[in-house]
Every structure is written in structure tokens, then in C-alpha cells.
Design a protein. Sequence first.
Length: 1195
Amino acid sequence: MNRVFVVSVVAALLLTISTVGSQDYDWKQKLGYDLRQIIDESKPSTLKILQSGTERQVDVIVLTKDVSVKNSVAIEREFSIIQGFSAKLSLTEIENLAENPNVEKITLNHVFTAKRAGSTPVMRTDFASETFNINGTNVNISIIDSGVFNHTEFQSPNRIILQKCFISDIRVQCPPNNSTTSSNATDDNGHGTHVTGIAAGEGGSLGNGSARNANIFAVKALDSSGSGSESDIISAVEWSVNNRANVISMSLGMTITNCYDSVLSDAVDNATSNGVLVVVAAGNSGPSSNTIDAPGCAKKALTVGAVNKSDKITSYSSRGSTGSNRTKPDLVAIGGNDTINHCSNITTSGVLSTYLDNDYACAKGTSMATPFVSGIAALLYEQYNRTFGYYPNSNLVKAVLMTAVNTTGMQADGYTQRNNVYGSGRIDAYEAIRIMNFTRNGTISQNETKTYYINVTSTSAKVTLYWPENSSVNNNLDLIVGNSTLNYSYATGTNDNVEQVFIYNSTSGLWKIYVNGTTVSNPQAFYLVSDTSFSDFITIQSPLNQTYTTGSLHFNMTVTKPVSNATVSIDNVNHTLTNDTLFHYYNLTVPLLSEGFHNATFYINDSNVFMINTTYFTVEYLSPTYLVNGTNSTIVIGKFNSILLFANWTDLEGLGYAWLWTNETGGNGINYTSGTYNSPININLTFGETWSNFTWSNTSVNLGDIISWKIYANDTSGKENSTVESIFTIDNFTPTFNNTKNTSAVYNESFQANSSFYDNGSIHTVLFESNFSGSLTNYTVANSGSEYYFTVGYGNQTVNKFVVYRWHVNDTSGLYNSTEQFNYTVGKAATSVRLFLNGTEGNKNYQKGSIANITATVNITGKNVTIVSNFTGSDILANGTTPQQNTTNTSNLNISVYNITAYFSADENYTASSVTYYLSVLKPDGESCSAASECFGGYCNSGACASSSPPSPSSSSSSSGSSSSSGSSSPPPSASPIPTPTPSPITGQAVKVTLNDEKTSINIPSIPPNTVKEIPVSDDYIIQKISITSSGTITNAEIKIEKVSLPSDIVPPVGDVFEYIKFDETNITNSQIASVNISFKVSKAWLSQNNMSESSVHLARYTIQWDLLNTTKTGETQDDITYTATSPGLSIFSIVGMPSEEVGGNNEAQTSQTGLFALTKNNSIVLLIIALSIVAVVSYVITKRAGIRLPLGRS
């Protein structure tokens, strides 16, 4: 091939591909950062495609929302620890998958490597093992690495109880048969055997691993080079969880920008949620910051950095924070010095451990630090199970290990709190076992605070708060530790899920721990650990150190743990307390306490704990208190009335005596009870009787007097009190009134008179005086407060009768008043006549030849009603004293409008009444006509009546697709005497269609479910008819159809657009619509101008993209073609057509779309072929003319 030609082809190809690939697809947001880079960098890599004919394949891991996604590609391995699979996919397949809404994330199937790098002796593991007699027995440690050689240190007994291999690399696979999985985890690298010896080796004089008797799961996921794919490691984690590992130890990792671009980080979090502690190496990329490897960056991983034998951080140990600003590592362990000169100097350089062929080797790195921690965790699991009978929660273990640290080394480097270099500090195995029960856990909600106590006995204290949360959750909990003098807190980043407080040079005593739910979306579980024991103590709830005004008190307390023996000593008398919850104790049977000073001492004395707490309080009774009835100067009573005076008394001891004082005789007044004067009588009220009631009767007062009074009371202790002085007034005002003048009445109806009376005191008697029965007579009216009514029966109401009436009233003081005299004359009663045409009231249209049923009624029984028409003059159609009916055959009538009148003639007791409606006789379909107003069907088509509109000619449409109304005019008004409404184009239907030039409104009263409703719109409108198939009940709905411009946020569809149509719905949703058929028309002129065939026209619907609808031609006129399309619902639609020859043209509108109208891969290939062909021809011509001959060579 000519090199000029090759270069030209490549240039054209790159230009074409860069144009196609320049689009910013949303699907890329689902790709991990590394995978996005590969996609972007691979766009111009075309020579490989030309030479090989195949597209690049990439190892990926796909996280899904729906397991069915796996059926769309050839997968390599499916996972259960995460919902997803691994696969080798082309870039095109990756793009297609990313566009699937059920795909959550696609990342590279990263390659992880063993983190080998030297060591020092173990961190008090031997001391812990000897002190507590523990060595990891029955605890399962899964070592995920390069496999494990069955070294002699693991054989007494054989502690490699399970093996599994996951190696999917086609070059190096699992022994013994080179399969992707097997039950043989033989180590062919040495790294896995080395870290296993650190965690669980039994080396005798050479030293032991942290947990020398732990069970070993040998899991091979790294090949002989120490590398392995992410999918293999995820499978190894999943297998370890399913086989009930207690601890997973991973001395491996990879550098990554975003922690959770590595799906292995999700798998680690999920393993922890399934109860497995996952211990991971931080990495050997120090001393730079932000170098924590994945999956050590995961929130729930226990991430381990490395220090040397002097507890100083090594230069190689990776530092935090993570990409999401979480503090890492979590802690550090011995990993070896920065350099190793030779293994003979193992005490000063590296970590000596088991190796291949029963040999030993030394190495350094966070890989060596990690299994130290894994083994210490196994010791903790064993001791916890031995103590409590079950294994601890993995989250609790992480919190304990982060608290069981030595901070000497990091303090020497200037770090006093948790940091991104040392984490919490260097792990201490003995300390982990010692503090394993110094824990609390619970859940906390937004703005909630939990309080705990620790008993600080040394000069320092450590407290850890850890809350496990998934990668998508960012709750914020705050930890505060303090005593009566100081509070300590050390906040971390908002994405962190650990807070710790390390106190130095503290004072001993009881310290409080506060856990605050500062920002919590849902109740969040948390774990709290201290290096000093939590204190159990009594909190007295009642009584407190204060004064009480009652001697009836409740005695209760809370305790920080359940106890079996609780007592309260009240004034040196013991009372047993009852337990109503796990921590709450109370007593309600203590005798009533006397006034004075008291004490209560609460005791807890059982086999678990002895506690004591005392409170001192005072009981002091008050004088009786009261609520008076609120009498004041607005209370007025009649001269001959009595009044009940009362006070509601309250006293803590009980009332003794009560009495009433008034001033009605002047001077110092009178003390009396129940009407007894001058000599006070004490009323003995027993405890609980709080009301003092006295009835006062008027004997010597005058109208207008103001009476003062108050009530006294004392209690059984002799303390006295009285109400405030109150007053009331003796009524001296004449009653007043406010009348409603009822001055009209009619024959055969009742008449009601009413009046309102007001008095400062009380109304005594009301009389109604009238002559309605013949002569003036007084009638007593029942007392009803202020409103009074009297009804004159209809039997006493005769036409032209003259009636007079008035009201009389007196009050309880004997004061009198009356109204003026009113009158009225009885008038005639009104009548009402009703007229019905075929059962309904109102004007009515009839098709000639149909039957008109005419009915008239009057609302007065036995009165004559008459029906009159102007069919042939002034015809009387019916007449009588019962409802009248007439049947008229319209075949005998002319096409016209007729008056129908029903009336009642007046007599001596009733007024006249009549009603008139119009009966229109119209032509049936087929008869000749000159106007639509003559036709019952509502249309006059070509001189004949019809029930639907004719195909009407329309003016030519412009290229934009807009059309104007033409053809038939609106129906003329009906003949006199009144206009008859023009029949609707949808006669007989309840649907109402309102036409407008640019917007059409359709009102739908109701459509039952599973019903087809056809709605004609207009033959002159672009949308001529819609047919709705309902899936649910539709009521009071409105659909507005409007021609619109394309919204700026929607890309246009492919092809030429005739019109955009928008449907707006009220009280109807697409969930209520099974389907809708939309009939529309397109002008032939537009098709011709744009070189389109009839079959290229479609209706397209926009949801999140343009979707072509099934569209069929259903008719045509001289100017237009009619189509019908079926849509699953309503939205924005476009009427589009495709030119007959789709070559060249401006396709800019297409290049940024996705979905049905997107630039497809076929389009890209066409463009590519065209570009290559043009360049080939041009290059050939150029080289021919220039006479250039270049030798062919390899590109």
C-alpha cells in the first residue's frame, strides 16, 4: 500500500472518528475513572482496528441493578458478595452496557499485587497468649494471597482446613490442571506462605505467629508473579464469607484515584456487613500523602500501616487521607525497617516467616504488618467466645483494635490524636484482650444524644466511636469526652466514620461520654470503646434535692445495668424498689411524708455490684389555693333571684373549713353559710372535697345595689386563705328589644313573627298579642334566652285578611316593656307551571318524523293547567286539573321552530303563571339543504344533510407544515323566534370540543375503565380525531392540543418536521391510558416541496428521547393525506418525514442524540467508508500524476 495513501486514510479516519466520538455521552458517568481514560484514549486508535479487524477487549467488572443484565454479554464470573459479574468486553459492548438503565457501574478488572517489602518481633502477642491462655483456637483466618505452601509450621495439627484457587488469567491458571478455579491453593510465589506464618505460624524457637493455633483458609488469587485480577480477588472474598471465615487477611492492593472505582472496596464493605473482619494492607507508596491503596481505602476495612521496631513510621508505609478525605490507615503494626541488609540480622531488619519448601525468609512492608493484626484479631475472637459464648460483631472488633494501641511512637513524631500517618497508633495484642469488654453499642437518630460514663483511674484515656456505613452514606456523629471541668472532642472530615479522643495527663474520676447524632439520615448503628471500664452507677430520678409542696412523692432511680436487689431508705426506713424496665426501679407505696426535712438513700447490693446514692429534700405545705367562678360587675341578677357563689379549692393536705362573707347589710358584712346569718357555721370538708358552694338569696337589697362577696377556707393544718373580693349587681334595667318586622304573608302559608329581648338580669315572661284568630288575644311564649318566635298557622291566613300583633315582656325584677304594634295583609299565593319536552325542560331539537312528547304540571293540586302551541295557529293541545300530556308526530310539521306554552289562569287565591319553550323540527340525513342549521345531524355536505363533516379543501401549507382553516363555514343561526344552538360534531356524546386557531380544548366528563372513546376534533384542524382506550376510570378530564415550537432542552428528531404538537392533560395521566390513536393530516404540497414519499411520514413521541410510532395512511383529499398513529400515552409529538434520498445533507441535529434517533454505529460506518473512498481516489490521482512510486512497507 502506498504510504501517502496510508497516511491519508489514517488522517481521514481519525478525523471521522474524532467527530463521531466528540460527543459527551452520559453513559460515561457510569464508568470508573481508569476505564473512562481507556475509552477516551482508544477513540483514535484505529490502525489496530484496520490491521486486526477486531476491536480492543477490556477486562471489566459490572455492577448491576437487575441480574438479567448478565444475559446480554458473555460473562466470566458472577458474584454474590456484590450484585455483578466480570467479563471481557469490547469498547462497543461497554458503551451498550453503560447505556442500559439497569447497569450501575462498570470498572476495570484491576490487577492487584502482593505488598512485599522487613520486620521486628510481635507486639505483645506472646504475652497476651500466655496471660490469657489463647492462641486462636477454632478461629478461621482466610489468607487471600498467592496461596499457602503446607509448611511444617501449619501441620501440627494440619491447620490448612480449606483451600481454594481463583486465577482467571489465561496464561497462568490454578493448579493442578490450569483451570480458572480449583481446590488447590499451592503457593508458587512465596508471599502467601510468608504472611500466613506471621498470622498463624507455630515456629517454636524461631517464634510464633500471632495466633499459632488458628484455622487457615488458603485462598489463592495471585499468580506466580504476585499479581491477580480484581474479579478473582472478589471471588476469593465471596468464598471466604460463604465458608464462614472470621477474619480475612489481604496483604495486597493497587493505587487508584477514587476508592470505589475499585469494586473490591464494595466487596470488602459487604463482607464486613456479613460479620467478617477484613484486615487490609495500607500499601507501600509512602512517604507521600494520599497514597492508601484499594481496598484499604474502604470505609469498613481495618487498614494497617507499618512501623519499625522503634515504633516509628516507615518511609514506605502509605499515608492518608483517602480520595474521599477519610483518615487512613486505621492503625499500624510492625512491618520491618526501611531497609534489609540480610536475613541473618532479623532482629533489626525484616520480619522472619515461613517460606516455600519448608524454608524461611524475611521481608518488610505493610504486607507483613497486616497478618500481625489479623492474628491478634483471632486471639480476640477466641477470648470473646470463651467469655460470652459467641463470637463478637466484626464492627466491634475493629473499634476495639483501634482503641488497643500504643501511641508512644506517634507522640514522638508530634501526633497526639488519630492521624493519616499512624492512624490510631501501634496495635497492642494484650491491650486488645484487656479492654474487649469496655464497650457500648446502640443506634442514634438526628439530633439525639447518648450519654455514657467511664471511671478514669490513670492519667490517660482513649475513647473510640465507630459507625459502619456504606459508601453512599455520609452520616456525621460527634464524640465528646469530659468531666466537670473540661470537654474534649476531635472532629474529622464529613466523609469519615470514626472519631477518637485520646486524653493525656487527665484527672481521675467519673468522666462523661456524649455521642451526638449531628447529621443522621436514618437511625445509625454505632460502637463505642474505651480503654478504661464503663461505670455502673445510680441516677436518682425522684425526689431531687429541692423543696416539695406535697408529702406524697414517688421514689425512683435508673441504673446503668440490670441489677437484682434495689432498696431505698427513706428517713432510715427501708423500702423495696420494683423493676419496671431493665434499668429503671421505683416505689409508689411510700407513706405520706410530713412537712420538714427528709433524706432518701438508694442502694444496689447484689452479686454484680454495690452502689449507693443519697438525696436530701424538704416537704413544705402551702395554704389552700382556689379558682373562683369569675363573678364581677358584669354579673347581674334579678331582685327576686338567688345566685350560687362558689370557689374551687385545692390543698395538699385537705380542706378543713370554709365560709362566705357578703356586705349586703353594710358595715363589716356578714359571715354565713347556706343562708344562715350573723353566726358563722363552719362546714367540715373532708380531703378531696374541693368545692365550696353557697346559695345566696336576696332579702333586703334594692334595685341597682352592688353586692361584694368572698369565700374563706382553711386546711387541716390551720392555714387559711380567701378568694379575692368579687361583686354582682341587682338588676334595675327595663328589658329592651330588637324586632324583625315581618309585614308580609300569603294565602295557605304559615306566618312567623320573631323578636329579640335583652336584660341585665333575666327575662321572666314573654307574651305575643295578635288578632289573627278574630280578636286581640295574648299568647305565652316559652322562655328561650333572647330570641323569641311565634307562628300563625296557614289555616288562619285568608286573602286580604288584615292582622295586627305586638310583643310584651317583663324580667325577674318585675320590670316591663312592649313593642309597637305591627300589621300585615295576607296576599295571593304564587303558582309555578313546569313544561317538559320528551322528559326534559328547555328547548328541544327533533328530527322530522320523530315523536314529540309534551307534558305540563302545576304545583297546586286540583288546579287547571293548559298546553298551547302555534303549530297551526293558537292550538290548545291539552287542558285539565291533572298533569297534562300531548303527543305530536313531527312528520306532520314543517321544518321550523314552534312555540310550546303551558299556563295556569289566576283565581281569587293564586297568581297566574306560564312557561314557554321552543320545539325545532330539523331535516334528517340525506335530505337536501342549503345550510347546516336545517339539519338534525348538524352538517350540510354538498347540499345534503349529514351527521359528520365532509372532506373540506384547505389552502396549501408552507414548508414549515402550518395549515390554515378553509372550506365549509360555520352553520348559520336557526330561524326565529329564538336561535337554536348549532349541533356539536359529536352529537349524542358528553365530550365537549372547543376549537381555536392554535389551541384546542377537549373536556371529557368520564370514561369507564377498559373502554374505547372516540373524540372527533375537526377536519379543518391538523389533529382530526383521537381515540382513547382507557385502562382506568377517567373523570372530569381536559386535554389541550397546541402547535408549539421545539423546546430548547429537547434535541430535534431525524428528518424534516411538519409540525410539533403538544398535549397538556388535566385529571388524566398516562397510567390511565392503555393506548391512544391519533389521526392527523399532512399537506401534499409539503411532501412535494421536501421530496418525501407518503410512506416516510411518521408521528414521533418524546419522553426521554424521540420514539417513532406505528403510523398508517388512512385517507386523502385533494390537498392532504390523513394518517393514524398508535401511542402508549400523551406527550409532545412531532410529525416527521424523511427525504427520498438521504445522502449528504446537514446532520448536525443528529450527532448529539441518543436513543432511536441517535447517530448509530451503522451511520458511523457509512461515514467512514465514504471518507476512506474519497481519500483513496484523491491519493491515487495525486501519486499517478506526480509519477511517485514508493516501496510498500510495514506500517
